[in-house]
Design a protein around this ligand. Sequence first.
Ligand SMILES: [Zn+2]
Length: 322
Amino acid sequence: MAGKLEIIVLGSGPSCTTPNLACLTRDDSSINAPCRCCSSISESTDDAMAAGGRKNMRGNTSAVVRKTWSDGTQSYLVQAGVGSGTGLKPALDFKIIDAHKEITIAGINFLPFEVQHGTTDVTVPMTVSAAKGNHDTSVPSSPEEFSQEATMKIKVPYMTLALLIEDKILWMTDTNVLPDRAWNILLHGVNKEGAIVAPDSSKRKLPMAFIDLADHMMIGRAHLDLRGFIETLDRLEPECTFAIGMNHTLCHGEIVALGQEAEGQRPMGYENAFIEKALYGDISKLANDGLFARIQQKRLHFRPAFDGMTVSMELEDAMANV
Ligand SMILES: [Zn+2]
């Protein structure tokens, strides 16, 4: 029996939210130019409308998942653990015990899997020889030569969780790198035993994906930037994608224009300056190596999420069981 699955976006912005505090407190004497994204929230000019206006008002990433069964029964699941601002929280703070097994909460099926969210420092012991250095294996002959304990800090990948909801919707905020296992789950799925389907089997295309897009450009950080977002789309090829977690370097209208450009539907002149910067500028260079041409050829549909946005899809076999 048919049912419905909905995602209601409560927050589409980064942990620091937009408008950005620095932009809100900037005065006329500041050497920095006014930020178009934050300024547009007042919707007082034509440019502000084009940039996205109030859709640039983005709270910390969060969402409600709502499932409706054919008899009208509904269940809701609200993302918890938002607002920490540290960037070190799991993407969705459900009570997940094992990140490698499917879970069902309130009748909604989730498959959590690990993705990388930047790096974190860990302190590890380091044994050094006082007299002869690290690589000397000879037996010490005096107390001064005995090893002493020291510690060192190393950077390791910080892993967080993305979710596949009802095997149809990807919710993947707070990530900059997808490990092979994550790609295999997304492209090939898991069988009833929870094993990843053989990667040499045919590739599937998810009907809907929410994918991290934090910044126009990020180097060595914990999120996808514009190029990383487009590269992820190129490989994943979801039927419908929403960017989520955007900061004030990206206006709503600019991402809409890029999505329209990919589909060959951008109105004449709309956001020309941004498209030029994204495709040919020194930062993203989306057009330089054929990446954006591939996206255009595939006509992938992507748009920015915004606070209050609701998207839904029909579910087959949605029997009430809660
Ligand atoms: Zn700003």
